[in-house]
Design a binder for this molecule. Sequence first.
Ligand SMILES: *Cc1c(COP(=O)(O)O)cnc(C)c1O
Length: 357
Amino acid sequence: MINFTVGPVMSGEAVLAVGGEQVPYFRTPEFSSVMLENEKLVLKFAKAPEGSRAVFITGSGTASMEAAVINTLSPDDRALVINGGSFGERFVKLLEIHSIEHTEIKLAYGSALKEKDLEKFDGQGYTAFLVNLHETSTGVLYDIKMISEFCRRNGIFLIVDAISSFLADDFDMAQSGAGVMITGSQKALACPPGISIIVLSPKALERVGKSETESMYFDLKDALDNQLRGQTPFTPAVGILRQINVRLKNINEFGGADAEINRIHNLAEYFRKAVKDLPFKMFSESPSNAMTSLYPLAASAFDIFTVLKDEYGIWICPNGGELKDKVFRVGHIGELTKEDFDKLVTAFEDLRKRGII
Ligand SMILES: *Cc1c(COP(=O)(O)O)cnc(C)c1O
């Protein structure tokens, strides 16, 4: 199988090797040092401002989205939330569930965020802003510089879900002024699903300190206290955290986050050039390096996914809901090479010969 989905993605040899080991007991100095190193490297790769912290939540990305919302926001906040797809929708739902007053900035699927979408909210007294930097359901990467300037001039606290863009698209947490950055183990980190990560700036830590939210599992004060000594309040996904450690060290050794982003960027460019003459249209106005979303001109996107999976052993990423038959997605994250993309393009060409696309 070659997996071009956007998560879980393919892992490298070193990560797979750790996955084959017995899972050790974790209340030990050995595991603590793994966790402290994980925190240090995540802060480095996120380019987090001085005094930031990171915590590791056992739970998929959505768990950390929820933890961030309940620990850094309160009913006193008024939030703006970008909703351009199913992940934006998820933030909206979280704000609803936790009774945080909010206004949606609805964008058409595939559309970039424009200055005019934000301007009307200047000086309106909003206190928080939530965005999925890369809206993975459509492939749109939002303009972080535009968002960051808007938040700065309005003194707004910024929460960035970078789950699918961390290590794939340029992001400088300090420069953006973001208070929170969230990511997950199964996207560009290329580890199994099960761990998500919350990076908190000093401003966010202050909000967590004052939070009156009641939750046992998602109590970030508790998580932060424990992580000071490289531990977690409850049994974490120990095996995955050890895999993350190997992966982070590997990235560090080969040039850090920028080198990894560059590698993924080159694969995305290579693939986009190779499919130029196929009967597909780019769906996203502003694509992330992490994936390419394509709109087949004369076939069902879901049928293409099924045929490739069943007859070619190649997994691209289907869509759900309204976009199910319209758009399929091809991920560029995980252990993939140019040769893998050549195989995918050859399969597309074969589908064209067979009259399927
Ligand atoms: C994958 C992803 C998530 C998290 O989804 P989970 O299934 O909970 O891991 C959240 N936001 C974005 C933008 C994602 O790509």
